[in-house]
Design a binder for this molecule. Structure first.
Ligand code: TXA
Ligand code: MG
Length: 334
């Protein structure tokens, strides 16, 4: 398939493709998405084929205006409006009870739909031009890291979709925080299904703490309702091993002689001297922003493995970063 490469001046063309039942890759502030008209089940089906994605994994519906929630949700659980007000537009997906117009293929047969209003300017212009909510997973081949820039999006999806819109580099670099309203015998409240750039502390700051789970969830029953949390994810070609402190690298001396790369923080740790290929950042936010792009670049350099520094704290963005790193490494530490 011929893939059109578009920029923010050709949004109308991208919207036309969507309205004809085609697929368009578009930028967001988290990662690039692979979009189709939410209300066109044939188009949505093509998303799963293009990605090689298991059909039991539901898709997020993207909107450009809060009023569009009414097109998707049958009711808004307690606190939904507070969340929308505080974090939209932005990297928060809110899982809501779905109405009967949302096709089963979007929700993977669940009774809910994840909804997100992104903040990326080009994403908003595209969503507005489409004039229908857009179902979109991250625009990677299933299990691979999500694209966070145009060249990664091309590498993953050129030839598989009708168009790709260039929106530069994604600012956050990790997928959105996913929250769901949950009622069980033990508690009722908002649960973090996937940590992201809207942090647990951010959520606590606007919601009554009683109604936010303290940890992102390990409850198997809940996770069964968010299948994406079970599937393998975010893995580059290279092997990934985690380390916490520069001293730990002594155990990796042999690997480092075999052309392994290091991704980490450059604050007084002399990591730059420990390997020939390094990607070093002043803080976790910058490391998170570049992580998937680094994975992709290091894969092009054919490095056999990557030692990645992982945060030991779980506050702020560190919680989301650690979550992705544990998946990328299959929980393997140096
Ligand atoms: O930042 C993002 O969220 C990006 C951009 C494109 O918006 N999208 C993204 O989509 O990461 P995806 O499909 O790669 O990840 C969506 C996650 C999966 O873990 C999925 O299982 C979960 O959200 N999810 C989606 N709908 C859900 C629902 N109705 N109930 C529970 N979990 C849901
Ligand atoms: Mg994904």
């Amino acid at each position: 398939m011929q893939t059109l490469l578009l920029n923010s001046d050709s949004i109308e063309k991208a919207a036309f493709i969507i309205n004809q039942g085609g697929l368009v890759v578009f930028p967001t502030e988290t990662v690039y998405g692979l979009g189709a008209d939410v209300f066109n089940p044939e188009a949505v089906k093509k998303i799963f084929l293009a990605k090689g994605r298991p059909q039991d994994n539901p898709l997020i519906a993207h909107i450009y205006d809060k009023s569009q929630v009414q097109l998707l949700a049958r009711e808004l659980p307690r606190g939904t409006e507070i969340l929308m007000e505080a974090f939209w537009p932005g990297p928060l997906t809110i899982v809501l009870p779905k109405n009967s117009f949302v096709p089963d293929i979007v929700s993977a047969g669940l009774d809910t739909v994840g909804v997100r209003l992104p903040s990326h300017k080009t994403a908003l212009a595209f969503l507005k031009a489409c004039n229908t909510p857009i179902a979109a997973p991250s625009a990677n081949i299933s299990t691979k890291p999500s694209p966070t820039n145009f060249s990664m999006a091309r590498k993953a999806m050129e030839g598989r979709v009708e168009a790709i819109i260039d929106g530069g580099e994604s600012d956050k670099g990790l997928e959105s925080t996913v929250v769901a309203w949950t009622e069980t015998n033990e508690y009722c409240g908002w649960t973090i299904l996937r940590p992201g750039a809207v942090t647990r502390e951010d959520l606590f700051s606007v919601l009554d703490t009683l109604f936010v789970q303290n940890q992102h969830t390990k409850d198997e029953k809940l996770l069964a309702r968010s299948p994406g949390t079970r599937h393998p994810h975010y893995r580059p070609q290279a092997e990934v091993l985690l380390f916490a402190y520069s001293n730990d690298l002594e155990r990796g001396a042999e690997l480092l002689t075999k052309n392994w790369a290091i991704i980490g923080l450059d604050s007084e740790q002399n990591l730059a001297q420990k390997a020939t290929i390094t990607r070093l950042y002043p803080n976790w936010i910058d490391l998170a922003r570049r992580l998937y792009a680094d994975f992709s670049e290091l894969d092009s350099l054919c490095v056999p493995g990557i030692l990645v520094q992982a945060p030991t704290e779980t506050t702020g963005i560190a919680e989301a970063l650690l979550n992705r790193l544990l998946k990328a490494s299959q929980e393997k530490w140096l």
